[in-house]
Design a protein around this ligand. Structure first.
Ligand code: NAD
Length: 499
């Protein structure tokens, strides 16, 4: 049993609250560690120290700050395997998935190596007689990141890298269910040359989060997690005068047109529906075939693929397809939703509730579950399940399929499989979802674009990473300056408008 610590001013510091969160080993079901849950006083202390450190960090020139990112990137590569082990041990995802999690974070670090270019201001020469205008981007000060359990490396890196490269200090509150990876990242950043205090890692639950939201020094809050919490944090942060961007849950639909490559569509649905045990905000959780023949064919193609999926602990080898869910509560919730699907009349083509693995009977495993004939009123359609459950909703035509996606409360990601460019273009143009895949099931944009959902998947007006992140973590100051002219300026005649 291990007890983790906070990371304050470049050192591991024991929590003082006496309250802890259990950290499970999801494959065995054991509680393997505890994470301290910070008090408001501990949080405020971390913020005060971050504010001191930030004053100096903001004066370090952008290129030097970018060099810290370069070294950080190199260290992440060097420590990839250790990071992946620590991540999988708490999260349960397979090692290739854990490395993917780290890699997608690393790609954002790489973009932050170009921070100086992102931070350049604007300049207008002679906006009036002797008058120049320029704008500059200045860091906000201390900002906070609050992150979910499902990407313990990637999302903390999405938050900390642009914030720090832009000259802020960050107080990061990672998920108390998968907290250790963030501590390793903090150590690597220190080794990369980040001054102590510029990144603080404080573990906690609602109490620490509320202290973040009410702390007057914190200027901005970047949140990723479930929709009810995203909405709550957005409201409270904004009413306290902070900038906030809060990304929430999802229900991602994939439309399959009759002309699609069915084998490829089936591969995509099985990979994007069940990969990472469905614990991805960009997982496909709803298949929307157009036409009965398309629907029947898809089921026929998916079943043998599902039967081949290897479900097991990350320690079982690199070829596992997915692992257990993160906690017993998550497993019970997913099993409860599967039961509700059956009760409410959906057809369970496969049912993963009784999945069991010798030697891991107490692990939080749920097998791949495919539902057909799902309707929009059912709980399995309305709720984000966040488990290895794929629901098929049959539709008669493209317009009906598109309407289903548009009417859904979530708008994180969506995809269409088709051979028809006109339909694909129409879909990309009309759909009210933030990230769209065309013959591409999980359209997470590359790190030099931006990531963000619409509707109840995102609150706030800027996306994560890419150029938007630099806008979010800086504020613009615009200077109008005049230098009085005492020098004779050449012989050019003054400009006179025509007429
Ligand atoms: P969660 O909302 O339970 O927790 C997220 C963070 O909020 C954690 O740090 C947690 O400690 C904190 N928190 C939890 N309850 C709180 C409360 N009552 N008050 C204040 N803070 C609280 O989410 P999770 O289960 O860790 O992550 C899964 C969710 O995150 C899913 O809904 C998933 O879709 C979503 N997600 C969204 C994105 C995105 O970019 N849109 C990315 C990844 C995950």
């Amino acid at each position: 049993m291990y007890e983790i610590e906070h990371w304050i001013n470049g050192k591991r510091v024991k929590g003082t609250s006496g309250r802890f969160a259990d950290i499970y080993n999801p494959a065995t079901g054991e509680v393997q560690g505890k994470a301290p849950l910070a008090t408001p006083a501990e949080l405020d202390d971390a913020v005060a120290k971050a504010a001191q450190a930030q004053k100096l960090w903001a004066k370090v020139n952008p290129q030097r700050r970018a060099r810290v990112m370069m070294k950080f990137g190199a260290l992440i590569n060097e420590h990839m395997d250790r990071l992946a082990q620590v991540l999988s041990r708490e999260h349960g995802k397979t090692l290739p998935d854990a490395r993917g999690d780290i890699q997608r974070g690393l790609e954002v670090v790489e973009v932050c190596m170009g921070a100086p270019a992102m931070l350049k201001g604007e300049f207008t020469d002679s906006g009036g007689p002797g008058i120049d205008l320029y704008s500059m981007r200045q860091p906000l000060g201390v900002v906070a990141g609050i992150t979910p359990f499902n990407f313990p490396a990637m999302i903390p890196m999405w938050k900390m890298s642009p914030a720090i490269a832009a000259g802020n200090a960050m107080v990061l509150k990672p998920s108390e269910r998968t907290p250790s990876t963030a501590l390793l990242l903090a150590e690597l950043l220190q080794e990369a040359g980040l001054p102590d205090g510029v990144l603080q890692v404080v573990h906690g639950d609602k109490e620490a989060v509320d202290a973040i939201l009410d702390n007057e020094t914190i200027q901005a809050v970047g949140f990723v997690g479930s929709t009810p919490i995203a909405q709550y944090i957005y409201g409270r942060a904004c009413s306290n005068g902070k900038r906030a961007q809060c990304f929430g849950g999802a229900k991602n639909h994939m439309i399959i047109m009759p002309d699609a490559d069915m084998e490829k569509a089936a591969d995509a649905l099985v990979g994007a529906g069940f990969g990472a045990a469905g614990e991805r905000c960009m997982a496909i959780s709803v298949a929307v075939p157009v036409g009965a023949e398309t629907a029947d064919r898809l089921v026929e193609l998916m079943v043998p693929r599902i039967e081949k999926l290897k479900v097991g602990p990350y320690t079982a080898g690199e070829d596992m397809d997915f692992g257990p869910l993160v906690t017993p509560m998550a497993m019970e919730r997913v099993k409860g939703l599967i039961a509700s699907g059956i009760d409410q009349g959906a057809t369970a083509v496969t049912d993963g509730r009784d999945f069991s693995l010798q030697g891991y009977e107490n692990g939080f495993f749920v097998g791949p579950t495919l539902f057909d004939n799902v309707t929009p009123e059912m709980d399995i359609y309305r709720e984000e399940i966040f488990g290895p459950v794929l629901s098929q909703v049959r539709t008669d035509n493209y317009e009906e399929a598109l309407k289903l996606v548009m009417d859904n409360q979530y708008g994180n990601g969506t995809a269409i499989y088709t051979a028809d460019g006109e339909i694909a273009r129409d879909f990309a143009s009309r759909v009210n979802v933030g990230m769209v895949g065309i013959n591409f099931p999980i359209p997470v944009p590359l790190s030099y674009y931006t990531f963000g959902g619409w509707k109840k998947s995102g609150f706030g007006d800027l996306n994560q990473y890419g150029p938007d992140a630099f806008r979010f973590y800086t504020r613009t100051k615009t200077v109008t300056e005049r230098w009085f002219q005492h020098i004779e300026h050449g012989t050019e005649t003054a400009f006179k408008p025509m007429g």
